[in-house]
Design a protein around this ligand. Structure first.
Ligand code: COA
Length: 321
């Protein structure tokens, strides 16, 4: 028994922010951003939080999968920018959907969150515990972005993507998950500073910081490693893979990964240009784009691969059903 995706849904805020608009509030330019990242624009939420984006993506995924909320056994929401410490954004979604039979919780695996959520649900299916799950990647990173730090703020965007998973004989073939906590300082966002009646300090909200070059090097090494491991242990050749659906962090990272595994760029679809890096939402946003373009066909084998703060990484070899 494994898990297969039976419906994908997405939602992004209406507000498009172009590179030129960012150049009005910080020292940057469209030329710098496009040449270093491939990003042209991103969506920024004005009023909707992570849970609202997640809920809308979830509703779209359920409609696409023709699944009723009551059928769901489990809802897992991956996010690095939850609206609340508790209750979880997943519980909010569960309540709003009326998915009363589902256990719901958030996970924190940064940009690998969608892949991690998929693997957890697959595990429940393989163990025969659950049959229907909803996984969501949702972010309003704009609220944890330091808008006076041009080296991070131009990279990220807000959005959400969700997928309904059902237990079946075909679908996910194999998955990888990994973490390296010794690299935690490379990309981080503290929740709140310490502060209480003993210190006399008021806790302050934290903002994201990043060593961009260290992340770049990590990604360019890790993505090919996960792809090659999946191919090797499933006795597959690169020719067997139709698409590599990579976390959309930077066009140059994707190009470097493609060069390392000697695969053509046509096999690496991208949405980084229009959404920027939406962290946990980037893989489902890309899958949805591919679906709308008619690129996904039953029988195709695709590899999804993500990496992010932690550091974390994850990959999935999937036969599209
Ligand atoms: N606009 C204009 N100049 C900028 C800038 C911006 N938005 N951000 C940084 N710069 C400047 C720097 O200050 C630096 O100037 P200096 O040489 O005068 O000091 C110069 O550009 C080069 O900076 P550097 O950090 O070396 O650039 P880079 O080529 O490494 O590109 C990233 C920076 C962030 C685009 C790149 O490192 C990257 O994409 N890393 C991966 C990040 C990522 O994917 N994170 C998410 C992981 S899930």
């Amino acid at each position: 028994m494994t898990a297969r995706i039976t419906g994908i849904g997405t939602y992004v805020p209406d507000k498009i922010v172009t590179n030129d608009e960012l150049a009005k509030i910080m020292e940057t330019s469209d030329e710098w951003i496009v040449s270093r990242t491939g990003i042209h624009e991103r969506r920024i939420s004005i009023t909707e939080g992570t849970r609202e984006l997640a809920l809308k993506a979830a509703r779209n995924a359920l409609a696409a999968a023709k699944t009723e909320p009551e059928e769901l056994d489990i809802i897992i929401l991956g996010t690095s920018s939850p609206d609340y410490h508790y209750p979880s954004d997943a519980c909010y979604v569960q309540g709003e959907l009326g998915a009363g039979n589902a256990a719901a919780f958030d996970i924190s695996a940064a940009c690998s969150g969608f892949i991690f959520a998929m693997n957890i649900v697959r595990g429940f299916f393989e163990a025969g515990i659950y049959k229907t799950g909803l996984i969501i990647g949702a972010e309003t990173l704009s609220k944890v972005t330091n808008w006076s730090d041009r080296s991070t703020s131009v990279l990220f965007g807000d959005g959400a993507g969700a997928a309904v998973l059902k237990a079946g004989e075909t679908g996910i073939i194999d998955m990888i998950m990994g973490s390296d906590g010794t690299m935690g300082d490379v990309l981080k966002c503290p929740s709140r500073t310490m502060g209480n009646f003993l210190t006399g300090e008021k806790p302050e909200a934290g903002f994201m910081t990043m060593d961009g070059q260290a992340v770049f090097k990590f990604a360019v090494k890790k993505i090919p490693e996960t792809i090659e491991l999946l191919l090797e242990r499933n006795h597959l050749a690169k020719e067997d893979i139709t698409y590599y659906v990579l976390h959309q962090a930077n066009e140059r990272i994707i190009e470097a990964a493609a060069r390392r595994i000697r695969e053509p760029m046509e096999k690496f679809p991208m949405t980084i240009g229009e959404y920027g890096n939406t962290s946990t939402a980037s893989i489902p946003l890309l899958l949805s784009h591919m679906e709308r373009q008619g690129m996904l066909k039953p029988g195709q084998k695709i590899i999804m691969s993500g990496f992010g703060a932690g550091m974390t990484w994850g990959a999935a070899l999937v036969q599209w059903v």
